[in-house]
Write a protein that binds this ligand. Structure first.
Ligand code: AMP
Length: 191
């Protein structure tokens, strides 16, 4: 099973990614989490990524693509994976197509969490208080929403054209949203 979980910042992707990935026995691969781990460990990759992340901008494609390619090549991703936060640009879509084709598989579904923008900002402000993420200040939150709308939302149209998009109402209890995702995915054939 090869899945992408998409949605604007604050839509609850990270939480849902873990539940859905566990259900299918595949790793949830979060590019944001990998970048954050590199930043906190002070690696060369973390040093390159940090200034972009702190500003709410996307890390350049060439850095992100190499990182995802290496992660997907890990043995635990052989049966499949769920990508949380990748792809985010059209260039990343093409890169991912190449990576998946190379393994002889297909992308099974793109799950899009749909959440009202006002609700998103409220959630992110609350998360900033709980987690203290450096990119959860109000200006950066706003910038991250803009970047998503400009660079990532158009990807939904690309995948819709391939007939693999499942749009899910992301408002409600975490378990309710998970059930909606499972209901939508049951109709997707496994590869
Ligand atoms: P996230 O936790 O998914 O919201 O990601 C946090 C930050 O990491 C983003 O605001 C970007 O700066 C960076 N990032 C995560 N995934 C990507 C990606 N696919 N392309 C570029 N930058 C990314």
């Amino acid at each position: 099973m090869r899945l992408i979980l998409m949605g604007p910042p604050g839509a609850g992707k990270g939480t849902q990614a873990r539940y859905v990935a566990d259900h299918f026995g595949i790793p949830a691969i979060s590019t944001g989490d990998i970048f954050r781990a590199n930043v906190s460990q002070g690696t060369a990759l973390g040093k390159k990524a940090q200034e972009y992340m702190d500003a709410g901008e996307y890390v350049p494609d060439e850095i992100t693509n190499l990182m995802v390619r290496a992660r997907i090549d890990e043995p635990d991703a052989a049966p499949g994976f769920l990508l949380d936060g990748y792809p985010r640009t059209l260039a990343q879509v093409e890169e991912l197509d190449g990576m998946i084709k190379h393994t002889g598989h297909v992308l099974d579904a793109v799950v899009v969490l749909v959440v009202d923008p006002d609700e998103l900002v409220a959630r992110l402000v609350q998360r900033a208080e709980v987690e203290g993420r450096a990119d959860d200040t109000e200006d950066v939150i706003r910038r991250r929403q803009e970047v998503y709308a400009e660079q990532t939302e158009p990807l939904i149209g690309v995948y819709r054209g391939r007939g693999i998009v499942q749009e899910i109402d992301g408002i409600g209890e975490v378990t309710e949203v998970t059930e909606r995702i499972f209901a939508a995915l049951d109709v997707v054939p496994q590869s």
